[in-house]
Design a protein around this ligand. Structure first.
Ligand SMILES: [Zn+2]
Length: 338
């Protein structure tokens, strides 16, 4: 009798443990993973992937970072309802990425998994925070001085060193769950956020498509798998850093529109998937895919997301390249077909 009771108690715990530990890894992640052939020279345009949609672009003189999200609160913190930036983790990750100074910090939108850490990261690196009024309210809540923050104009290029950036208002991926959509999308953060805060305080603000040009190299960052029809002006990108999370939960019409109004709209030669790793795992543990539990609860299926991107792009002579964590990669190497 006692044994049966013990089994009844232990079995769900064991099952939960198994479900959060098993992380299906689609073969595409290894197939498309690239390794840097050589280190970028000090004045060479490079990109460094730092998990989720953190991308560091540098030409040796000017350094731009999207998001700067390193705290990556785990499931227990997320479930507790209150989250805060993790200073130690931010310091450790900036150090590991060799980041001491940034010219601009650019969250792709204002959800916590992109913009929660902007105050600390901007303060530690001297970066100017560029983002929507929602993002600025995160900076304000932290206490960043007004002169260190700016709302960029839409559709008009701004120059930061040799980088020319155009901010386009796009749309966020549409959560299949209506309640999530109602709480997190198409809303602004109306007042400064002081942490600890709820993940639901971090409203979307504007979801951007970033068009970036550096000399003759053109690239695009799409930080969420959403689209606005006809939003992107003529742009002939070499590389598209493409958010692929959640495509597997969308219907064919949605994915076809994402293809037409984001991917095909910028004519990339190379697609670099972003927003595919489990952002509740610290970066110090490496990039991990989401667990079986996540798959069960939310229908997450990275392999399927890859298949959708492959089906719509490989026949158009586009290559897919997965970036390793931490390692700076020459942009010229990323574009090269060798
Ligand atoms: Zn988001």
């Amino acid at each position: 009798m006692k044994k049966a009771l013990l089994f009844l108690i232990l079995f769900p715990i064991l099952l939960f443990f198994i479900l959060i530990t098993i992380r299906p890894t689609p073969q595409q992640l290894t197939e498309y993973l690239i390794a840097p052939k050589s280190k970028p020279a000090s004045n060479e345009l490079s990109v460094q992937f730092l998990g989720n949609t953190n991308l560091l672009f540098s030409d040796g003189t000017t350094h731009l970072l999207t998001d700067g999200f390193f705290s990556r609160p785990g499931a227990p913190e997320l479930l507790s309802g209150e989250i805060s930036p993790n200073r130690q983790m931010i310091i450790a990750d900036l150090k590991r990425a060799n980041i001491t100074k940034l010219d601009a910090l650019i969250p792709v939108h204002s959800h916590f998994d992109h913009a929660m850490d902007v105050g600390l990261v901007a303060e530690m690196t001297g970066a100017k925070l560029l983002g929507s009024s929602s993002t600025i309210n995160i900076g304000k809540g932290y206490g960043l001085p007004a002169e260190q923050m700016q709302i960029p104009p839409l559709n008009t290029p701004i120059a930061i060193g040799k980088f020319k950036l155009t901010f386009i208002a796009s749309r966020h991926w549409q959560y299949p769950d209506e309640a999530q959509r109602a709480r997190l999308l198409d809303q602004d953060i109306e007042a400064p956020i002081v942490t600890p805060a709820s993940i639901y305080d971090y409203k979307e603000g504007i979801s951007y498509t970033l068009l970036i040009q550096h000399d003759s190299t053109k690239f695009v960052v799409q930080g969420s798998a959403g689209y606005k029809k006809e939003a992107i002006p003529t742009f002939d990108a070499d590389i598209l850093f493409l958010s692929i999370a959640g495509l597997e939960s969308m219907d064919d019409a949605y994915n076809q529109d994402y293809q037409t109004h984001v991917i095909d709209a910028v004519h990339p030669e190379v697609l670099v998937p972003i927003h595919w790793d489990d952002f509740t795992v610290p970066l110090s543990k490496g990039l991990k895919t989401t667990s079986v539990l996540f798959k069960w609860l939310y229908g997450g299926d990275l392999g399927k997301a890859f298949e959708i991107v492959e089906a719509n792009n490989l026949s158009k002579n586009r290559t897919i390249k997965v970036l390793p964590l931490w390692k700076p990669i020459k942009m010229s190497e990323l574009i090269s077909t060798e």
